[in-house]
Design a binder for this molecule. Structure first.
Ligand code: GTP
Ligand code: MG
Length: 300
């Protein structure tokens, strides 16, 4: 790549590119070089060259991710609670995924940088939820199948009119839809809130730059699965750190079947929390549970 007649800024970014150690940093500096590269006829070849290098690097990153993911299993294993992040290109899908999970993503001002689904696990107070970013809805890599089978669809938009365009391609979706308005520009939030409310949409206003509303978002995502969290404990001990997940209206019997080898060894069951009349109430196997109950089995 000859850079003899290039601007000082370009040379600086090129130096940074050459010094970059990770592929992610390399991509970042390549993109800066693309921005700095003059857009006239004589540099056409050079620009094309830069873009090819970027494409190869992106493919390399996606390639290693794919290998890592497919080791031991084929395709995407659907976890109990799965939510898909979808939206137009550059709406901030990768930014959101990296805020909520430890997934390795490419966040880039360049359009269509995510070319295959990227998986991450979100930890919501000990509950693990699978989040998948699918390539932009307008791209050839968009994965309809994944979207149609997901439990929850997170529709990321930057302006209200995005919604109309996106909804057209969500005809066969079964999951609950949550609209995430990712604020990118200065927007009158009150007005926006009123508009979204008037459309009777389940929505959360977020900002992937300032990380606004991330806790509320996690809560909304969890509640969309309509599951309940149950803690268990042994007599005289603290309750479990992580809850177990059940369908609403599950009973003590359902929990017992999951945690005990043999439920006939139960001598007594106590319960704390929303479904109990008082803390430590003694209940039978038919007792129906509510979210955040704590169950104690005393066994022989
Ligand atoms: N100003 C502002 N920029 C943002 C925000 N979120 C993301 N961006 C920028 O928008 C660009 C695109 O972000 P990504 O997270 O890569 O978007 P994406 O939806 O994954 O895009 P593709 O995968 O390429 O379709 C990046 O340059 C981000 O830095 C935001 O909340 N505010
Ligand atoms: Mg992306």
């Amino acid at each position: 790549m000859a850079s003899t007649n290039q601007s000082p800024q370009y040379k600086k970014t090129e130096a940074n590119f050459l010094a970059a150690k990770t592929n992610k940093d390399k991509i970042y500096w390549l993109e800066e070089m693309i921005k700095e590269c003059p857009k006239h006829k004589s540099s056409e070849k050079m620009l094309a060259n830069l873009k090819t290098r970027r494409k190869k690097l992106l493919e390399k990153i996606e390639g290693t991710k794919k290998m890592r993911r497919s080791s031991g299993r084929v395709g995407i294993k659907k976890e109990d609670m799965q939510a898909i992040i979808l939206g137009k290109t550059n709406s901030g899908k990768s930014s959101l995924l990296s805020l909520l999970t430890n997934a390795q993503v490419v966040v880039s001002p360049i359009v269509f940088s995510t070319k295959q689904p990227v998986i991450g696990m979100m930890d919501y107070n000990g509950v693990l939820i699978q989040l998948i970013e699918v390539p932009a809805i307008e791209s050839e890599y968009y994965d309809k199948g994944l979207v149609n089978t997901a439990d929850t669809i997170l529709i990321l938009i930057n302006e209200i009119k995005d919604l109309n365009d996106i909804e057209k391609s969500l005809q066969n979706v079964h999951g609950n839809k949550i609209v995430l308005f990712n604020i990118k520009d200065n927007i009158d939030k009150r007005k926006l809130e009123a508009t979204l409310k008037s459309k009777k949409i389940n929505f959360v206003i977020i900002n992937t730059k300032t990380k606004e509303n991330m806790e509320q978002l996690k809560e909304t995502i969890f509640s969309s699965f309509e599951k309940i969290r149950i803690f268990t404990k042994e007599p005289g001990k603290e309750k479990s750190k992580k809850p177990m997940i059940f369908n609403p209206d599950s009973t003590i019997g359902d929990v017992a079947k999951k945690v005990l080898k043999n439920i006939s060894t139960i001598k007594q069951t106590k319960i704390w929390g929303p479904s109990s009349k008082f803390p430590g109430q003694i209940v039978g196997l038919q007792h129906k549970l509510k979210d955040l109950c704590v169950v104690e089995f005393k066994t022989r």
